[in-house]
Design a protein around this ligand. Structure first.
Ligand code: SAM
Length: 318
């Protein structure tokens, strides 16, 4: 950062509400609406603060359909400056902000949780409403590779479709989900498919409690767009990938179907390739070129992103 840029950034940060915003965004990306609720200030007022900080390079604005989200800048010098300011001031968002952020999270999670509990019995039908399943599944099978796999982990397994698709190539598989209703359906589906050696467990994608580098195939299929912090979920999924193993993420390319937010609890309207590539490389994996599957008719474009953890180089024999 030049001296002028540093002064501009410090000026932009030097105001109580803006310090609160930086502290909140250090935790997760938030929409203007959410920030306005947490700060208890009108949206236009909050937007003015955000614009000033975005112009100074402290935060990034990313529109997503009709909503606008903000996160801390990914530029390293700017990030160091923010960390230093927050450290020096020893500022946390403050008790009230923390409480309100917690309430925003709770409401978000309750709405998504209630949705999945409710739709669990119809999930396989709902999924096929907006993607052409057979083409996507054929591409996933190719992208996953032939195996055999030691251990497949499917995060946000839902009705267990990825496990029934790929489980036969694995010595053992684990499916993890937050919804007990979904897990019950997954249990019935893997049994019907005649798969044993499948463990279905209740858990959170943000803190799976699964051992580090323990799976040679990790899947995250149509889950990220529901999450508040997709980058953190990618990092946790990557943590599980063993050297030489692969992470396979399937989700939508950026789209404009705003109703999916209101009616189906989507938080993000798809993901751009460069964003995903940044998350995957940031998590220590080597991304491959994405596979893009346009819809047959008026559905959504599905992208498959794969990334590998480099195999540990064999020690040279002298
Ligand atoms: C759209 S469904 C996809 C299910 C499955 N992967 C498929 O494609 O059929 C998303 C799943 O993610 C689960 N989920 C949402 N948030 C989660 C979280 N924080 N941790 C684990 N699972 C979560 C939901 O319960 C739901 O079963």
């Amino acid at each position: 950062m030049t001296a002028d840029q540093t002064v501009e950034a410090l000026r932009a940060a030097g105001e109580p509400t803006r310090l609160r915003v930086l502290s909140l965004l250090a935790g997760e990306e938030l929409s203007v609406m959410e920030l306005s609720r947490i700060l208890d200030q009108s949206q236009p007022r909050v937007s003015r603060h955000l614009k000033l900080m975005a112009d100074a390079g402290l935060i990034e604005r990313f529109p997503d359909g009709a909503r606008v989200f903000y996160r801390l800048s990914s530029d390293l010098p700017a990030r160091r400056l923010i960390d230093t300011v927050l450290d020096l001031l020893d500022i946390s968002a403050g008790d009230t902000d923390d409480r309100r952020l917690e309430a925003v999270r709770r409401d978000r999670e309750a709405a998504a949780g209630a949705y999945f509990e409710r739709v669990a019995p119809q999930w396989d039908r709902i999924r096929s409403l907006y993607v052409s399943e057979s083409a996507v599944e054929a591409a996933i099978t190719r992208a996953a590779g032939n195996g055999p796999f030691e251990r497949v982990v499917d995060l946000g397994t839902g009705s267990g479709r990825m496990l029934t698709l790929l489980g036969r190539k694995a010595k053992m598989s684990v499916g993890l989900d937050l919804s007990q209703n979904m897990l019950n359906i997954a249990r019935a589906n893997v049994t019907k498919a005649g798969l044993d050696k499948v463990e279905l467990r209740h858990g959170d994608i943000f803190a799976t409690r699964l051992p580090e580098q323990s799976a040679d195939l990790v899947m995250v299929h149509q889950v990220l767009h529901y999450l508040a912090d997709p980058a953190a979920a990618v990092a946790e999924a990557a943590r599980l990938v063993m050297p030489g193993g692969r992470l396979l993420i399937v989700d939508f390319a950026p789209h404009q179907l705003e109703y999916l937010r209101d009616e189906h609890q989507h938080r993000r309207l798809g993901f751009a390739d460069d964003e995903m590539r940044r998350w995957l490389s940031g998590a220590g994996l080597t991304p491959s070129a994405p596979i893009v599957l346009p819809p047959d008719t008026d559905g959504l474009t599905v992208s498959i992103w794969t990334a590998e953890r480099p195999a540990v180089a064999a020690e040279k024999v002298a």
